[in-house]
Design a protein around this ligand. Structure first.
Ligand code: GDP
Length: 137
């Protein structure tokens, strides 16, 4: 079994899409192994997106991620990382495939409803960043 971190970003929470997004995961074989709601501090968001610190949109991305509460989840499935990324769709909704979460609900490249780990290495870092072992079922 593989685990990945999913985040319903502040835009997904404010658009009342928590249920819709979780439905997508559960009906496509991704088990919810952990879940919590949290308003990230600036330091927490900066640390989470540390790999993007040199990118021109870093400051804007951090401000967006702390603009409201997020839903943090650990998803589990045999191929969870890839499967979650497929359900999410491309970063830019204009390039996302029909039927994906971002195609259906994302506004633009930044306000794109969900985050999903992109490799085993980042999944391990990201899960450990937000969850302790006893919070994962
Ligand atoms: P992801 O793995 O599909 O989420 O995409 P990336 O790892 O490339 O980028 C991380 C996040 O940064 C994205 O999900 C967006 O919220 C944001 N982002 C990516 N590209 C841009 C951009 O060109 N401008 C802005 N403002 N945000 C971006």
């Amino acid at each position: 079994m593989q685990k990945t971190l999913s985040i319903i970003k502040p835009d997904g929470v404010s658009k009342k899409l928590i249920g819709e997004v979780i439905r997508r995961f559960e009906s496509n074989g991704l088990k919810i192994a952990a879940l919590k709601m949290k308003k990230l501090s600036k330091t927490e968001a900066e640390g989470f997106y540390y790999v993007h610190r040199e990118r021109p949109f870093f400051g804007e991305l951090v401000e967006f991620m702390i603009s409201g509460p997020v839903v943090l989840m650990v998803l589990e499935a045999p191929d969870a990382i890839k499967q979650n990324r497929e359900l999410m769709g491309a970063t830019d909704p204009a390039e996302a495939k029909e039927g994906t979460i971002r195609k259906q609900w994302a506004e633009n490249k930044q306000n794109n409803i969900v985050h999903g780990s992109d490799s085993e290495e980042s999944a391990s870092f990201e899960i450990g960043y937000f969850f302790s072992g006893i919070e994962i079922f």
